[in-house]
Design a protein around this ligand. Structure first.
Ligand code: CU
Length: 165
């Protein structure tokens, strides 16, 4: 009886989490929950976030992201006084062997550029291809989620200083 009840709980948990979490694998890499926040109608850019885990014994590197936008860059964010400044990472993001790297608001992110009047809307699915130096190409879906206005760690990319490019 006890085993069955644990199994039932596990099944419920799995069912409940698959609604929002999604995961992709290529080679030794696991990409967890690629997502973006909804944008304003006039936004020209949107940030993409996810966690990349390298289960292998060799470092890998996210070198590019491809999707149906005029331009996509990999950015990091640095504070310059009170101003969050985004920097284009020309060499991409290293994912060290046995470690995870998280792209999140206020830090590393994918920048979809040139939205051109077609904002990201809640529950929209944005297909993209992640290009890794070693593991190769991985098709993923960035799921667009509601932007929570709680003032914690959220950024309006449209108002950020891009002069670091
Ligand atoms: Cu950016």
């Amino acid at each position: 009886m006890k085993l069955m009840s644990y199994a039932a709980v596990a099944a419920l948990f799995t069912f409940a989490t698959t609604a929002t979490a999604h995961e992709y694998k290529v080679g030794d890499l696991v990409v967890d929950h690629p997502m973006a926040f909804e944008t304003a109608q006039t936004a020209q850019t949107a940030g993409g976030f996810m966690t990349i885990t390298n289960t292998g014994s060799a470092d890998d590197r996210l070198i590019a992201v491809e999707a149906d936008f005029p331009r996509i860059e990999i950015h990091t964010t640095e504070m310059d006084g009170d101003v969050a400044r985004m920097m284009h990472l020309e060499d991409g993001i290293v994912v060290p062997a046995g470690e995870s790297v998280t792209l999140q608001p206020g830090g590393l992110h994918v920048m979809f550029m040139g939205l051109g009047g077609d904002p990201f809307e809640v529950d929209e699915e944005v297909p993209a291809t992640l290009v890794f130096e070693e593991a190769g190409r991985l098709d993923v879906i960035f799921h667009v989620e509601e932007r929570k206005m709680d003032g914690h760690g959220e950024m309006d990319h449209g108002e950020m200083d891009h002069s670091g490019h």
